[in-house]
Design a protein around this ligand. Sequence first.
Ligand SMILES: [Fe+2]
Length: 493
Amino acid sequence: MATRIVASVRSTLPVDDDHPYRTGPWRPNFTEYDADDLEVEGHIPDDLAGVYLRNTENPVHESIGRYHPFDGDGMLHSIAFAEGRARYANRFVRTAGLAAENDAGHALWAGLAESPERSIRHDGWGARARLKDASSTDVVVHAGVAKSSFYQCGDLYRLDPITLADLGRESWGGAFPAEGVSAHTKVDERTGEMLFFNYSTRAPYMHYGVVDATDSLVHYTPIPLPGPRLPHDMAFTEHFAILNDCPMFWDPKLLERGVYAVRYFREMPTRFAVIPRRGTAADIQWFEASPTYVLHWINAFEDGDEIVLDGFFQSQPSPRSSPDDTEFEQMFRFLDLSRLQAHPYRWRFNLRTGQTKEEQLDDRILEFGTINGGFGGLPYRYTYTVTGKPGWFLFDGLTKLDLQTGAVDEYRFPDGVFASEAPMAPRIGAIAEDDGYLLTFTTDMNQDRSDCWIFAAEGIADGPLAKVRLPERICSGTHACWAPHAQVASGPP
Ligand SMILES: [Fe+2]
């Protein structure tokens, strides 16, 4: 392995830290590396060509008050494959907030678990306001450039997908929305467009937009909601975008007093806005469904008069704390998939009758479903999901679901080895939807190391085809993407 240390960031986290999401598999990294000729166990397939990118909540400074893992500073890990070889790089996302905190030598913004009043700085980002835009939630590749984003809305930070060179903030020629952009922008590989939404505490409370394949903002429209909401993800079909209004949001009475307390309103329906991709508020068709909260959608497509939407229905979006819970278990019960009871689920919205039909697709507890990106917005058959270690925001297995037959293919990682959301990388020349590879970075607590594991997407139960060693054990993280070389501006490594 040829490894070069590019830079190191000075952390102010406590030496004897005992926070469960800053230690163990969540221990952050402070060193930035470039590495090639990586050590490989097994064989990197010759027909795997492109880049796998993963974002990470990777905190640098001791928090003001309580730390929530979604507060961590963004760090991207990139591994590019071509001709059986791999190169790796990791970089902090050079956010304005992290730069200010590095200059100050301490945190300037209180995080999600604290009141905005505790922030030292009076400005900031996020639907909640006075938050740091950590850009640590999600990453996509659009118009040849990696774009990282933050779940509470903020800037899109641009990086070279392979070298992770900082390309600055997205501006769209001055048209970047003042309300920011939420994580979970959606890239339609068929058209090259990127669809996005944002949300805020000010009417109309949500907007939806479209950026074309040349990275120009071509559509931006209000999605009027009854009040401030906390949508996390969106979906699209060939002709429609789907936004959501789930009944879990800041308690409006407390919000009037500046208190941001998330509450589940179990008596309210979940609402869905189906809007033509270039439509406006007047074109929205609203649908109602059973109350729940959905963190992530899997895919959506059109079927005659119906829009089919797949995602993860939470049976217990607001899990009760138990008297036996530790302070941390109580605080982080919303990160425990087994407590949220998240199941793959299908909604069908009939555009002609206005009716919604719902069905659970599988009774397993699963989340973070990825698909072959070429099937985004189109009828599809397979999703690749993760299982959560009970009690933790850690992924201990991969589960492939065949939505046509109900067949399940599973792989469980050895105890102490944790994975990330696993994007699917179609094999060069693939025709079948699952002809390709599944990629995931691992954090191995037994051997104090990290690798990129490569599975054959046709059969994950057989275990990985290859493990590609990284220079250092990396912090657990979640959202990731795959971009084939044809979609990467700087070309193959
Ligand atoms: Fe997410």
